[in-house]
Design a protein around this ligand. Structure first.
Ligand code: G1P
Length: 289
């Protein structure tokens, strides 16, 4: 199974992060030293996904620009002898091929994926939701690609969430065929706590086969009046064509302020130059509060 394309929907308004996102795309808010979307693209790149399809709207072109050369800046850095920074900014432009597709109206995650149809053609592809930042020994999407390849099937990434959070996610029901690997029987988008079939939540990582487009074309608006990817995945589940894999690693929801701030601290703590000073400042803050 060849998988080298990834669809990254970025056309959403980021209302959870307002007012920070009034004029800055939520994907460009920095976590530590990089915009959040760069972490997602790096996860894709290190997993062999070299063709990135951004599903975007007309107000957020700055996202594509981030993955392009900025010749004016490069000249300034060159003249200033800032070789390390120059290499860093150039490297971002050289990471992946970018294809940009317009989602002219935002009708939901399923609709965003359907917009990628012409770009994806008849290939298998990954979908990565930019709000979900995953870090660990092995890139999150790579964990799914490995299973999709060996089983020749679509795979969704899941993590266990507390009961109180199930209504924020797509929740799966399935049978565990190997430790951490499930045959999906059913999926429900954002169920009330009382109706959730499990605590296994779909996090924003998917490996899909092109047959998903046929299901997406047919699904009616679901939860929130949106075309839900979860509802199209139902079609694959009913045909016994969908697996779920528990993803290992740290996950941060960049649209949640506590997670967003924790992600910043997580990275800063991994930077030896900052670590000690940061710990010291945090201690001071905690002792004042
Ligand atoms: C989307 C999906 C949902 C999934 C979630 C993961 O929801 O519809 O099934 O669990 O991403 O982040 P959203 O967060 O866009 O409302």
């Amino acid at each position: 199974m060849i998988i080298n394309k990834v669809v990254i929907p970025v056309a959403g308004w980021g209302t959870r992060s307002l007012p920070a996102t009034k004029n800055i795309p939520k994907e460009m808010l920095p976590v530590y030293k990089k915009p959040t979307v760069q972490y997602v693209v790096e996860e894709a790149m290190t997993s062999g996904l070299n063709n990135v399809v951004f599903i975007n709207n007309q107000n957020k072109k700055i996202i594509e620009d981030h993955f392009d050369y900025n010749l004016t800046l490069e000249r300034v850095l060159e003249r200033g002898g800032k070789e390390k920074l120059l290499a860093e900014v150039r490297q971002v432009a050289e990471m992946v091929n970018i294809i940009s597709v317009r989602q002219k109206v935002q009708l939901g995650l399923g609709h965003a994926v359907l917009c990628a149809r012409e770009a994806v053609k008849n290939d298998n592809f990954a979908v990565m939701v930019g709000d979900d930042l995953l870090f660990g020994a092995e890139p999150g999407i790579k964990q799914l690609i490995d299973v999709a390849r060996s089983e020749n099937m679509a795979v969704v990434g899941v993590m266990e969430v507390p009961q109180s959070k199930v209504s924020n996610y797509g929740i799966i029901a399935g049978e565990e065929i190997n430790p951490g690997k499930y045959k999906v029987r059913n999926l429900v988008e954002k169920p009330p706590v009382s109706e959730a079939p499990s605590r296994l939540a779909v996090i924003g990582r998917y490996v899909l086969t092109p047959e998903i487009f046929e299901h997406l074309e047919k699904v009616e608006p679901g939860v929130g009046g949106e075309i839900q990817l979860t509802d199209a995945l139902q079609g694959l589940a009913k045909a016994n064509r969908l697996l779920a894999v528990k993803i290992h690693g740290q996950r941060f929801d960049a649209g949640d302020w506590v997670d967003y701030l924790t992600a910043n601290i997580y990275f800063a703590l991994h930077d030896e130059d900052l670590r000690d000073d940061l710990v010291q400042r945090l201690r001071e803050l905690l002792s004042c509060s």
